[in-house]
Design a protein around this ligand. Structure first.
Ligand SMILES: [Zn+2]
Length: 142
């Protein structure tokens, strides 16, 4: 809990410093049946600590006027953010090399960029529907 407080505080501090108004996080509530994850990832994603970290980020961000949106994380680690090609073969442990266009980057950064992209798409969808802010989710119902 102490570590999650420190990490979330740092993430929100970074967001404030860089004038970020929306933080995108993985929506992990439906991941179990839809995506293949390693046992280690599954533990990380479904652990109470990970949920707690997301909750801390969300409420600390809200205090600073920053919204949090949750996006579907399916295939974010296998999708090329440059050409959208999806393949397991794009991943080689911690490195990502797109078999289609050759784009390469650390696998964690690929996942983060795809989540950012989905968060932007989600925001855009809300905006064109006339919603200026993402709906506030009740944390207790997750
Ligand atoms: Zn590519």
């Amino acid at each position: 809990t102490d570590m999650n407080h420190r990490v979330s505080k740092e993430i929100v501090r970074f967001a404030v410093q860089n004038k970020v108004d929306v933080i995108g996080l993985e929506d992990l509530t439906g991941i179990r049946d839809r995506t293949e994850t390693s046992k280690k990832q599954r533990y990380t994603h479904h652990s109470w600590a990970f949920y707690e970290l997301q909750s801390f980020i969300e409420y600390k961000a809200r205090e600073k006027g920053i919204s949090t949106v949750y996006v579907d994380p399916a295939y974010t680690s296998q999708t090329c953010p440059r050409c959208n090609h999806i393949s397991k073969n794009n991943r080689h442990k911690k490195s990502f090399v797109c078999e289609c266009c050759g784009h390469s980057l650390h696998a964690d950064l690929i996942g983060a960029r795809n989540i950012e992209s989905r968060a932007r798409t989600y925001r855009y969808t809300l905006e064109v529907q006339g919603c200026s802010q993402p709906p506030i989710r009740e944390l207790s119902t997750r």
